[in-house]
Write a protein that binds this ligand. Sequence first.
Ligand SMILES: *Cc1c(COP(=O)(O)O)cnc(C)c1O
Length: 428
Amino acid sequence: MTAARTLPGHPHIVRTGDALHVEGLSLAALAAEHGTPLFVYSKQWMLDALAAYQRGFQGRDALVCYAMKANSSLGVLRVFAEAGCGFDIVSGGELVRVLAAGADPAKVIFSGVGKTRAEMRQALAAGIACFNVESDAELEVLNAVALEEGHRAAVSIRINPNVDPKTHPYISTGLKGNKFGVAHDHALATYRHAASLPGLRVLGIDCHIGSQITEASPYLDALERVLDLVEAIEDAGIPLHHLDFGGGLGIDYNNDTPPTADALWKQLLARLDARGFGGRRLIVEPGRSLVGNAGVCVTEVLYTKPGEDKNFCIVDAAMNDLPRPAMYQAFHQIVPVASTRSALPVTYDVVGPICESGDWIGRDRELSVASGDLLAVLSAGAYCMAMASNYNTRGRAAEVLVSGDRATLIRRRETLEDQLLTERFAAA
Ligand SMILES: *Cc1c(COP(=O)(O)O)cnc(C)c1O
């Protein structure tokens, strides 16, 4: 047996001999017990990722709000709730989920461009910390709902700083052409409007410029633009209690080298201090960087299919389980769970069973595999299960949370009965 070694960039994934483990547990054994496709998460990776933010903010008045849309499974939310985390939600459904997981509503902030009146009422009743408002029209509606309910809603206005996060166009959110936030040039007028509405209490300012950002410079650019606005807004007599810089920090999918959260915040805090804002309450909304590399998806090879132009490795996970390649041409590493095969590797497109050419998980991968082998799709903790669907009447996968040598099935595999439950035939 060879010594245990961790996979590069994945300190919680260990190859011992020829078997892949998440923390202390073998993926082959977990797959045998729970079936495939199976999501397996490392609790330690999540806690380490959170600790990097906490180190970065040591001695500051700061709140980390996990952007739970990245992975909203109750068992994952509970890990962060128990660690004292706040949460960034984007729907009333997420509010119900996170409260069920034990979150403190006073640490919940509510983002998103399309909040409904019902969701606003629900969040006011729960006593959330702040609404991140994205338009003048939303301000009017929130003001009206708050007055009806006898509340004053705490608001922060999301600014679109018009900086390029240098990421995939579908996950950049802080450019002029994006639907998010209030334009930088219009922000002061929106703040004046907010301050004039009796149902609102202006609390802060926020921005979120995109996702899978792997350099510090877009954050530094956004920071300067936001601070310019803070100065202008406060000069107009509207004090801001907190500054929220959103999420977006990237993870290592394929030799990506994003800064660590503490290194990034060291740079940002130096600028905040230099401009006299280092003592303000700071909020961040990381999603992917708290869960992305905590997860793997274990899938079984169903068939290999040699072709004229391409060879296909057909697996039992598909775009309904792992939507990122189909949606964003995203890259996930794919590695064998057992590395015992001696056959020469073949270049495969790894694809799922769904009837769409977009149903691929990896292209041009060198693998030595046969039917029945298990593969691990890495970096599957964020925006995978949370985006899973029932396309092709496929049940959603099961999820296991590993802590040391303990595993908990945090979501059982969805059954066909689960899927058919909500449907009815039309009357004859
Ligand atoms: C999605 C989102 C986040 C989290 O983004 P990550 O890239 O996952 O860190 C934070 N804030 C808002 C408003 C979001 O929409």
